[in-house]
Design a protein around this ligand. Sequence first.
Ligand SMILES: [Zn+2]
Length: 397
Amino acid sequence: MDECKFYEGLLNLPLLEVTSVELSKDSILISCCSKLGSAICPCCKNKVTKVNQVYRRKVSDLSISGRSVVLDLEIRQFVCLDCPRHFSEQFDFVSEHSHTTTRQSKWVFMLCQQQAHSQVAALLDMSNSQVAHIYQCEATAHLSSCDRYALVRNLGIDEIALRKGKGDYACVLVDLDRGWVIDILPYRDKDKLIEHFLSKGAAFLQQISHVTCDMWDGYISAAMAVFPNTTIIIDRLHVSMHLNQAIDKQRKELRKEDKDAEELKNTKWILLKNEDDLTTQEKEKLAKVFEYSPVLEELYTIKKTFKAIFDSTLPKAFLLSCITQWVEDAQWIANKYLNEFVKTFNNYKTWICNYFESKLSNGVVEGCNNKIKTIKRIAYGMANFENFKLRILTQTE
Ligand SMILES: [Zn+2]
């Protein structure tokens, strides 16, 4: 078998004839041309054999045993005498203006899913901008192949800080049933959200039956404005977070009053954690906290009751009466931090208590957010929001 035939077999591109191969330390340059004697005119679909001129085009292909591979393709420009027009022959393994074969692009995309673009560029001996370009084309093609909004019934809305401490938020939309990020938007204000949802069409707006979100008024008003058949649920995890904050404020105040109190040192997380997750040692420590501060014990106990109500699977009507009782008990304690919480709770009560019916929460969104944080770490230095978004959408499926 001669060398050219050997490389033809290796390339596994059946329509190519290899005419010569140049090996160097790091690369292999393979010159090749089509085995076909004719081409189909893109206009009249007739078979055309008359060649007007020949030129060459280089495309990068999958590497072979650590050497980068470049195909030096002979391209024939045909003339269709019927139309009449000139056209260049096309190959099925490379798109018209691409500098890489389709399989090489897919490989670049796959590598980019796990590594920073710069690492992929170094690995494949490509430039950063080349890798970024391929990634963008592949990811866009991948995403446009499906309408991510089409099947959504239960929509989770959450946000992530794009740059810490800059007030720069992105809004994350999640399909709660599939646990997918559907979209990520570089804003979270009401008017822009309304505009965005409206652009997705009437069928989408009609089919949304639940929206879960935090206590951000922009989300609530946007959802009320655009989804006619939706029940809005304030995410229970966000509500508990607020209740935890009340306890933490009380703890901080006590710490301030009595800086030397051993009982209060390193107790923040013990007070905030679920009781079931505490170790024996932590439980002992917690008992000492309560001995020192009955107020903290009261707050902790009422937090537990709150959680128990939300964990319960009893009917909504019954749980609503529990909540009414809970609010009364909370007010009875007359603690300023808890009162602040109760005030917020009452403002959003209807939406918070909608949870009792559907049991939907943003738990799955939180999971996505953790993935997004990982992507942010991998994609450090990725200043471009669109690229960041493409990464998230293709990687959280
Ligand atoms: Zn023609």
